[in-house]
Design a protein around this ligand. Structure first.
Ligand code: ZN
Length: 297
């Protein structure tokens, strides 16, 4: 009888454990699907030009300032293209050999890289800025940032800013906290915040949005033991309220998905970016960045 009890207890716990892990995976998949579904996938690249900067300056009632050409490239996945029907993931992916070619091109042309956290000082004229140069950003904190991107950053001595989602750390396909700590200690990586769970900031209450913005920064700073200075809006969604919250949370800058390269103090909290997919190989990268050849800019 006692053996039976033991057996029932054992099988019961095993079932609960399996059920728990299945539910956890299901929940993660559901959240992941939901967050990927909302991506607004824009394949084409169009530079907004000064008109757009002027219009947005007016919209946000921002003072005018000098406009700097600072190309910020937005990457998501750097992995071999999979043909698994996941079109969103495919559109957010650039294969490792193309990424390496881009870094090789930067190295060959001595094009320096900056972190997003360097941008405020550049915009205010307090930090010297070399042109041409480029800022590489990686959204969401996928696992391949550690396995593919980081080794290449070290190989070519290139800097990058990675925007991580606190609650997704340790999930399948995402960075672990251990990896993030190692990345954060490297002089080639800036870690930025991207909310606690990839929140759609315009679709939730102001209180929750503010919590997402403040708490993601606080938790990352606790984890990494250093200040987290920049923020990326999930889905690129922002409005005057979210900008105010990001400022109040003491971030010094934030990146958007508005296409463009012309940055100023006016759009310090919604810096424009270029999609990596629009760059492709190194030569095209140089063309998009406006660098025909070494020393031409
Ligand atoms: Zn994202």
């Amino acid at each position: 009888m006692r053996r039976h009890c033991w057996l029932i207890g054992f099988v019961g716990s095993l079932c609960l454990l399996i059920l728990g892990s299945v539910l956890r995976t299901q929940l993660q998949n559901l959240m992941k699907k939901q967050f990927q579904k909302k991506y607004d996938v824009v394949e084409s690249f169009t530079a907004p030009g000064n008109d757009m900067v002027a219009r947005e300056m007016k919209y946000f009632n921002a003072p005018e300032g000098r406009i700097w050409r600072i190309p910020i490239i937005m990457y998501h996945y750097v992995e071999p293209q999979k043909n698994d029907g996941d079109t969103i993931r495919r559109s957010l992916t650039i294969p490792p050999h193309i990424f390496e070619q881009q870094l090789m091109t930067l190295a060959e042309h001595d094009i320096p890289t900056y972190f997003v956290r360097d941008i405020p000082a550049i915009l205010s004229g307090d930090e010297e800025y070399a042109t041409p140069s480029v800022v590489l950003t990686f959204d969401d904190g996928y696992q391949d940032f550690y396995t593919v991107v980081f080794p290449l950053l070290k190989k070519y001595n290139v800097k990058a800013t990675v925007y991580v989602i606190n609650r997704f750390l340790g999930w399948k396909d995402f960075l672990t906290t251990k990896q993030l700590k190692e990345l954060s200690e490297s002089s080639l990586v800036e870690v930025g915040a991207h909310t606690l769970n990839h929140a759609y900031l315009k679709g939730i209450s102001k209180k929750t949005a503010a919590y997402q913005i403040v708490q993601s920064k606080r938790e990352l700073e606790e984890l990494l033991g250093k200040p987290v200075k920049t923020f990326a809006y999930p889905y690129g969604e922002f409005d005057p309220d979210t900008i105010r919250m990001v400022k109040e949370a003491s971030y010094s800058a934030a990146v958007s998905v508005v296409p463009g390269m012309e940055q100023s103090t006016a759009n310090r909290y919604y810096l424009y970016r270029i999609r990596a997919g629009s760059l492709s190989y190194g030569d095209e990268m140089l063309r998009v960045l406006g660098v025909a050849q070494k020393g031409s800019n």
